[in-house]
Design a protein around this ligand. Structure first.
Ligand SMILES: [Ca+2]
Length: 458
């Protein structure tokens, strides 16, 4: 290194000498120069030899092994620099100060030397540029990176565009949502308004319905009362007078439904005698039915409704318990004579809380008729059967006179006695009506019948 610098100094001095003596000693110049060059060649040979020896011995040379000296201190050598007019220019990157070498191209004798210098220079340049070529892959990588960056920036641009459009869309969506919310609140308001209106209307309608219902109820009640007055007698006759009132004028069996016996029962109606409407409660006509029975039979009734029968004390009580009934008894003997007894007041068990326990006491009054009265003495008496003695006699009048009746100290009439068919030798034990035929004549025909007293008054 030191040797090379020294050589440059020498060369500079020599060129200064050349400039100053060029005009005056032009002929001696070439000689001096050739001598100097000769010396230089010798020195160069020595230097080259030394360098070669050092290179062979692997001594680290700064201009060959650039790796040890670093890129910052590497010298840059260029040839044929037109700016400076020099043949060779050597400059340090750090200094920036170029060191120029001027060689006269008109000296052809030294062209070989120049060629050698150029070879050296080109080898040096190659060594330097080999160092630069190591950065090429980095350049390629940088190019790739820049391309990637371009692509990425393109993507980023697209993304920003999409984001902008999304922002715009969200803005539209927000606007529509706001519109929907306001619409919803408006609908809710309208609904609540209409709901209160409907509630008021419904309340008014309900009130009207209630009053209408009350009106309908009262009308129905009125209609029911009217129907009961006009048609109840026909539909559910209390007795044969109702049957007759509904237009049935034929004698026969009908169903009646007394007020206090709504289940009803069958009765025979006499629609011809004395204006009709009579409910038959007892009939004797041929002796086909035994009337010598116990308490339950007389309480519940027996026989055939169309023939000989006893309606029953409980049913007679149901018909007459409220009073207001009359009694008619039609009679006939075996000589076809007839008679009747009429009592304007007739009832059984009228004031009894429990009529059966009380014995179905008889109440009759106000006799009229053709057969004479044979019953008024029995008024107030309880009914006696052969198995239930409720008379005022020491004995059982029913058992004694073979019948069942409202006996007192026995009887003036015995319509439930034995069917002895006219006159008989025994005493008062036949079908007797003493005021008409005495105590020893059993009647051929008897029929007890009742109806409301209003009928007889008319
Ligand atoms: Ca007795």
């Amino acid at each position: 290194m030191m040797m090379l610098n020294d050589r440059w100094t020498i060369m500079n001095n020599s060129s200064s000498e050349l400039d100053s003596k060029r005009l005056n000693k032009h002929k001696t110049c070439c000689n001096f120069l050739s001598w100097s060059i000769g010396v230089l060649v010798v020195i160069a040979a020595l230097v080259t030899t030394t360098v070669t020896i050092l290179y062979v011995n692997q001594y680290p040379l700064p201009f060959i092994s650039s790796k040890s000296g670093g890129a910052s201190s590497s010298p840059v050598i260029s040839t044929n620099s037109k700016d400076s007019g020099a043949l060779v220019t050597v400059s340090r990157v750090t200094d920036g100060e170029p060191i120029s070498i001027f060689l006269d191209p008109n000296c052809p004798d030294y062209s070989a030397n120049f060629l050698r210098w150029e070879a050296l220079q080109s080898s040096l340049l190659r060594a330097l540029s080999n160092q630069n070529t190591e950065d090429w892959p980095n350049m390629g990588l940088a190019q790739k990176l820049s391309e990637e960056l371009k692509v990425l920036s393109g993507h980023a641009h697209n993304l920003r565009l999409e984001a902008d459009s999304l922002k715009r869309g969200q803005g539209v969506l927000d606007q529509r949502l706001d519109g929907l919310q306001s619409e919803q609140s408006r609908i809710i308001q309208v609904l609540s308004d209409s709901h209160s209106g409907v509630s008021k209307f419904a309340a008014g309608f309900s009130d009207s319905l209630l009053s209408l219902q009350r009106e309908t109820e009262s009308l129905r009640r009125l209609n029911s009362d009217l129907q009961r007055d006009n048609k109840y007698k026909a539909v559910r006759p209390r007795d044969c007078s109702d049957v007759l009132a509904s237009g049935n004028t034929q004698d026969g069996v009908y169903s009646v439904f007394p007020t206090h016996d709504p289940d009803g029962f069958m009765v025979y109606c006499d629609m011809t005698t004395d204006g009709g409407g009579w409910t038959v409660i007892q009939r004797r006509e041929d002796g086909s039915v035994s009337f010598f029975r116990g308490w339950e039979a007389y309480r519940d009734g027996f026989g055939r409704t169309t023939g000989e029968h006893w309606l029953g004390l409980q049913r007679i009580y149901s018909l007459t318990r409220s009073g207001g009934y009359e009694l008619r008894i039609d009679m006939a003997d075996f000589d076809n004579a007839t008679a009747f007894a009429h009592y304007a007041d007739f009832s059984v068990g009228r004031d009894s809380v429990n009529p059966e326990e009380d014995g179905y006491p008889l109440i009759v009054d106000e006799y009229s008729g053709t057969a004479g009265d044979s019953l008024l003495k029995h008024s107030g008496m309880r009914f006696t059967t052969k198995d239930r003695d409720q008379d005022q006699s020491e004995n059982n009048c029913a058992a004694y006179y073979q019948g069942a009746w409202w006996y007192r100290n026995c009887h003036t009439s015995n319509l439930n006695g034995q069917y002895l068919s006219g006159g008989h030798a025994s005493y008062a034990d036949g079908v007797e009506w003493s005021s008409w035929t005495g105590w020893q004549y059993s009647l051929r025909f008897t029929e007890m019948k009742i109806r409301p007293t209003t009928k007889s008054d008319s």
